[in-house]
Structures are given as C-alpha cells and as structure tokens.
Design a protein around this ligand. Structure first.
Ligand SMILES: [Fe+2]
Length: 346
C-alpha cells in the first residue's frame, strides 16, 4: 500500500469529559472543548457516550441500513456510493433517532450553544458508512456556517478511516492574517499539494486492492471509478482531474501556482499537516464545516459507521439546505431546531 503522510496522534485535540449532576459537560470541560475548536477547527471528546449508548447507536444504524426502503444520500463521493463502497443514509425523525441526537446535544449543550443558537436548524441527521475499497476523498471544505458532529458508535481503526483534518484551516474574521498575511494562499497551495498526493494514492491503491476486495473489484467498476465522467467533487479520479468537476484539477498546475508553490514550499511544510482522527467507541468529534478535511478510504474488511449530525450556525437558504445536505424527508416536512433537541425528554 502507498501511504499518505498522516499523523494519528490526536492528543492535542482531545478533551476528557467531566459531567455535572445533570449529565452535561461541566463548564470547565466545555470551555476547554471550545478553546480547542476555536484554535484548531475541531475537537474530540472521547467517552462522551458509554459503551452501551454507543452500541445502541450502532444497532439503529444497522437497522436503518438493512431497510430496503430507506432514503439514501448522494451529495459526496458519488462514485463510491454508486459502487456501494460508501453509504450515506439520512435517518428519519423517529423517536429513537431524536432521543439519541438529543442525548448527545444535551451533554454538549455548553459547547454547542457557543456556536449555534437554540433556534438554529438541524440540517441533517444521518449515518455515514464506508466499506473496504472506498476511496480517500480529496481534501475539501464543506459549505460554511455549519457545526458538524461525528459520533463513533464503534471503535474506528486507522485502517477503517475516520476523518482527516488539517488543523488551523477554519475560517474566521482575520484568519488570512496568519503566516504573515499569507494564510489563504498557503492553505490553497497546501490543499493542492495534499490532493495531488491523494490522487496518486487513490489510483495506485485502487489498482493494488482490486483483487483483495470481496468480491474483487470488477473491471467495469475500476474503469468507472478512474475515468468517471459523472461529477464527483470528492472522488479522486483521472477524468475529473483532467476535465474538471472535482476539488482538484489540472488547473491547479497553472504556471503561476507552481511558481508560488516553489516559493513557499518551506513554510507550507511547517504550517499545515494532516491529522487523522480514528476515534474509539463513544467519542464525539465536532468540527467547523469550513475547515479543510476529508473522509479517508477504508482499508479494512470491517465497515466503519458514524452517526452524523449537522447544525446550522446561521440562517440557511432553503435550496442550499436541500442541495448541500441530506435531510430525511421527515426532517424537511417538520424542521427541528437545536433548542428542540435540547428540550427533548429522553
Ligand atoms: Fe466534507
């Protein structure tokens, strides 16, 4: 296997939980979590859920995936989804799902309310699954103004993936002043460099694992994933690289960009790095949607499951909500706010 230069050491980004008598994070613990989120753009809170609570989440995720009539999401990594290497499934606003989401939000109340007001909408409650043979997404930013949450309902090993973050790349007023006021340009160059490596990594590994997959990856799928002409922003493939329609294209190799890269390559090397969060069961990961991140490939025969919740930090145009996220039709029909979840009785 070709390897990417990724650190799995997430200690700097973790806050051990401490709970008050109501079961919520203590003010001090919430303050530490906000501090890390503000500084790096993401934070991990291990053991926010007990093993039993995590297992409960895994149970209804499996039930949801087993339902042949379920809704499916197709907003990212469309090629992986078409070939059943990933599965994004919006969850219905049923009592067990809402109670579960409420339990997590209530424990995190003092963290969430710093970023999202009580009236802000829950944009999506879903489950994200990846299987062996899925591709490493390009490093990208999601639409701004959203606080995203991944809940590890089972242990995630580095081989199963998790989420890759580039610490310190979130947007805020004056963020571009960092690194001698060159932060925006340096982040753009770093993203292009990382995505070049991811394109190479993906193509080589796809070729190498074609016979290891069970069943093996058929030629038709291999060809479709390398030369897919269907738009896919996050899937590294050759056709989209050459003809556009993805987060990384041949335009990133324009002469002035290569010149900039050569000029700043030393500072880029020290300013940014890839950190992969492969969280243990019961961990909650919070991140700001506008930071650089990606969903890695799954190199393990064991599927990787996440419970996913996205909360708006601002008002959102209805079309953007429907097109940029995967709300279940029951959530669209009856919108839910963060306040609703904070008041939900478990
Ligand atoms: Fe994303």
């Amino acid at each position: 296997m070709v390897q990417l230069d990724v650190s799995y050491d997430t200690k700097t980004f973790e806050v051990p939980p401490a709970f008050d008598e109501t079961g919520r994070l203590t003010s001090d613990c919430a303050r530490q979590a906000r501090q890390i989120l503000d500084e790096h753009g993401f934070v991990l809170i291990p053991d926010l859920l007990s093993d039993e609570e995590a297992a409960k989440g895994l149970d209804f995720i499996r039930d949801a995936i087993d339902n042949p009539n379920r809704e499916t999401g197709a907003f990212a990594s469309e090629s992986d989804i078409r070939h059943r290497r990933r599965d994004f499934c919006p969850l219905p606003s049923a009592k067990p799902v809402l109670s579960y989401a409420a339990l997590i939000c209530q424990r995190l109340e003092e963290v969430l309310l710093e970023y999202c007001g009580r009236s802000r909408q829950i944009l999506e409650i879903s489950t994200l699954t990846s299987y062996f043979g899925s591709s490493h997404q390009y490093i990208h930013r999601d639409p701004e103004g959203v606080l995203c949450m991944f809940v590890a309902v089972d242990d995630v090993s580095p081989e199963q993936g998790g989420t890759v973050f580039v610490p310190g790349t979130h947007n805020y007023s004056g963020a571009e002043y960092a690194h001698g006021r060159k932060a925006n340009r340096l982040m753009e160059l770093y993203q292009a460099q990382a995505n070049f490596r991811i394109l190479r990594y993906n193509l080589i590994n796809l070729w190498r694992i074609r016979k290891l997959a069970e069943p093996s990856i058929p030629w038709r799928e291999l060809r479709a994933r390398v030369f897919s002409l269907q738009t896919d922003l996050h899937q590294p493939n050759l056709a989209r690289f050459l003809f556009g329609g993805s987060a990384f294209t041949i335009l990133n190799f324009a002469p002035h960009k290569i010149f900039s890269f050569l000029r700043y390559r030393k500072i880029i090397k020290t300013a940014y790095r890839l950190v992969q969060a492969a969280p243990k069961k019961g961990t909650v990961v919070l991140y700001r949607s506008d930071m650089l991140h990606a969903g890695p490939d799954n190199r393990s025969p064991i599927p990787r499951y996440f419970f996913n919740l996205n909360i708006a930090r601002d008002i959102i145009f209805a079309d953007r909500w429907r097109n940029g996220y995967s709300p279940h039709r029951s959530l669209l029909a009856e919108p839910i706010s963060l306040g609703d979840l904070l008041e939900e009785q478990n």
